[in-house]
Design a binder for this molecule. Structure first.
Ligand code: HEM
Length: 432
């Protein structure tokens, strides 16, 4: 997997120019500085160097599209997300398959930083690619595709002859207490999760996939999200959510295949052979009442989550990754981690583990209240929705102290295909 933070400039170093000089030339200091560093009549010209930088950025920032599993699941979260849910308008199976084939070709190109379709210079036709990322780095773009329950059956109708292949797990979630879901953030026949270290790259990808889908699928809802960028925090610390707390500390180990086979990837015998090596995605658009939170004492905030805000350690512990002690009591005989703290309720007896890969969002101001419409685009992946997400969310909806500060506004579930092989297409196993 590409390592986005690693910056190497080997071809330039050979020419004895410092990395600082090159960075200046690439944007900060402008052309003159590099020419100055090379000296008049120096060993190379600016034109020799810039293509090296561009080439290097391109190869460093590519996450392979093809593989056993789709990218964008165990991939270290990039800075930005653009998540889109689609309704299929195609009326037959052939057109649906064609959509996935076209999407595969475009996705493979875009994740390598190539434009979609041929670069035609016919001035009498719209260009194939919309153009806003021409010659930019692919910025670790990943595109992850999934199918929702309504692709299989809708209003009792077997839409594409796929009913028999619908996994038992893939159905609308139960209504949880306190849910306040809105139709405009809910459901969908297909999903595309685009993640990249550059927002324009992520948006470009979904925009072009939507263009390709014309006549076959339309966007039902979409949500952009972000976390701190690597420019602002290069140390690879756990990112913080809009409540100021580190979010994403406890997750399955993405480098442990046994753990991933147990908790993440669908296995043979699970009931949907076409989905083996794929996974289930749950997305919840959760509004966070940040103005209310900001008026709350630090102690109340920490008791709500069950961790210290600054270090991210569990209450009663020192370091972020120290294990919790749920029995530990303070001098007053109170549990350090209150019974209703988010982490205690979410963990339960520790049997269910989900891979959380969420992003913050802000969407302007809620016109009804004048407060921010901001929160968490909560995304998690798991092998079984009924045995992992549902029990956790059932507990949270009942007793999580955090419920005073959040409300779930959107929800959808998708089955994310296994990865595509070169020469094949995403979703092929569903149709074969
Ligand atoms: C806006 C809503 C939410 C916020 C602000 C939030 C915040 C947090 C924070 C700060 C942590 C502690 C750090 C960490 O381990 O990542 C945490 C842990 C966790 N959260 Fe959430 N969370 C939210 C929603 C959810 C939802 C909907 C679920 C699942 C249904 C969930 C499941 C978990 C789990 C499983 C843990 C780890 C518990 C442990 O073993 O310590 N969270 N969350």
């Amino acid at each position: 997997m590409a390592e986005p933070d690693k910056q190497e400039f080997p071809s330039i170093m050979k020419k004895q120019v410092s990395r600082r000089d090159v960075l200046k030339a690439a944007g900060i200091g402008g052309v003159g500085i590099l020419l100055g560093a090379a000296g008049v009549g120096g060993a190379f010209a600016l034109a020799d160097v810039l293509p090296d930088i561009q080439k290097k950025e391109k190869t460093d920032a590519i996450i392979p599209f093809y593989g056993k599993h789709q990218a964008g699941i165990t991939t270290r979260p990039q800075n930005h997300i653009y998540f889109a849910s689609f309704d299929v308008t195609a009326e037959n199976r052939k057109d649906l398959i064609r959509l996935f084939q076209d999407w595969t070709e475009a996705a493979a190109a875009m994740t390598e930083g190539r434009p979609v379709g041929d670069e035609s210079d016919n001035k009498f036709l719209p260009p194939h690619d919309t153009g806003e990322v021409l010659r930019l780095s692919p910025a670790n773009l990943t595109l992850t595709f999934g199918v929702g329950p309504t692709l299989f059956t809708k209003n009792g109708k077997d839409r594409f002859g796929l009913r028999k292949k619908q996994p038992a797990e893939l159905k609308e979630l139960p209504k949880f207490p306190l849910d306040s879901l809105e139709e405009r953030w809910t459901g969908g026949d297909l999903c595309v999760q685009a993640c990249a270290d550059d927002f324009q790259v992520a948006f470009h990808a979904v925009r072009n996939l939507a263009r390709i889908a014309r006549g076959k699928a339309v966007i039902r809802w979409a949500q952009a999200g972000f976390q701190r960028t690597k420019q602002a925090g290069s140390k690879n610390e756990t990112p913080r959510n809009l409540f100021g707390f580190k979010d994403g500390t406890v997750n399955p180990d993405v480098n442990d295949p046994a753990e991933l086979n147990k908790y993440l990837w669908v296995q043979p015998g699970d009931g949907a052979d076409w989905l083996v090596d794929g996974t289930f995605l749950v997305v919840r658009r959760i509004q966070m009442f940040i103005e209310v939170w900001d008026r709350t004492s630090l102690k109340e905030q920490e008791n709500t989550i069950g961790r210290y805000r600054d270090s991210g350690a569990y209450l009663g512990q020192k370091h972020e990754f120290d294990p919790p002690d749920f029995e530990k009591k303070d001098a007053n005989g109170e549990y350090y981690i209150p019974i209703t703290a988010h982490v205690r309720v979410a963990r339960g007896d520790g049997k269910e583990k989900i891979l959380r890969r969420s992003y913050s969002y802000t969407d302007g101001i809620d016109p009804k209240t004048g407060t921010f419409d901001a929160g968490l685009l909560f995304i998690c992946f798991q092998r079984s929705i009924s045995e992992q997400f549902i029990p956790i969310q059932t507990r949270l909806a009942q007793t999580d102290h955090l419920n005073e500060y959040i409300v779930h506004r959107g929800s959808a579930v998708f089955a994310c295909f296994p990865g595509a092989k070169k020469g094949g297409y995403i979703g092929e196993s569903l149709f074969s």
